[in-house]
Design a protein around this ligand. Structure first.
Ligand SMILES: [Zn+2]
Length: 123
């Protein structure tokens, strides 16, 4: 790890300044560059401790920021990846790269049923 960026932790809804309908607090870890720009962030559900969002700015990928966030998070809490069927493609790649625990599917979820999610079509 050669990053000089700082990791900070706080509890906040997902991008509340952008998504004003998001009011559910989450654990969040953020990598901020020296100039204050957010370059990577990790959001985790406060109840299930599942990863809800992982993102790294396109100019800062492949530099270990997301892995550093995962390390910081798992040192603090038993954070888990979402069940594979619930992940985005980015989340899937992230989970494969960093390893760690994966949450089970919830009882009321039917994600084991066949879907057309690969094509992301609308009805
Ligand atoms: Zn499921």
């Amino acid at each position: 790890m050669t990053t000089t960026a700082a990791i900070s932790y706080r509890v906040q809804p997902y991008h509340p300044e952008t998504y004003t309908h998001e009011v559910t607090d989450m654990h969040s870890w953020t990598v901020t560059a020296a100039d204050g720009t957010v370059i990577s962030e990790l959001y985790v559900d406060m109840t299930t401790l599942e990863v809800r969002n992982i993102w790294t700015h396109e100019d800062h990928r492949e530099q270990g920021h997301a892995t550093a966030l995962w390390t910081a998070a798992t040192e603090m809490l038993p954070v888990r990846h979402s069940h594979a069927a619930h992940r985005t493609d980015d989340g899937d790649r992230f989970a494969a790269r960093v390893g760690g625990e994966t949450a089970p599917c919830t009882d009321d979820c039917d994600c084991d049923a066949p879907t057309d999610d690969d094509y992301d079509t609308e009805d």
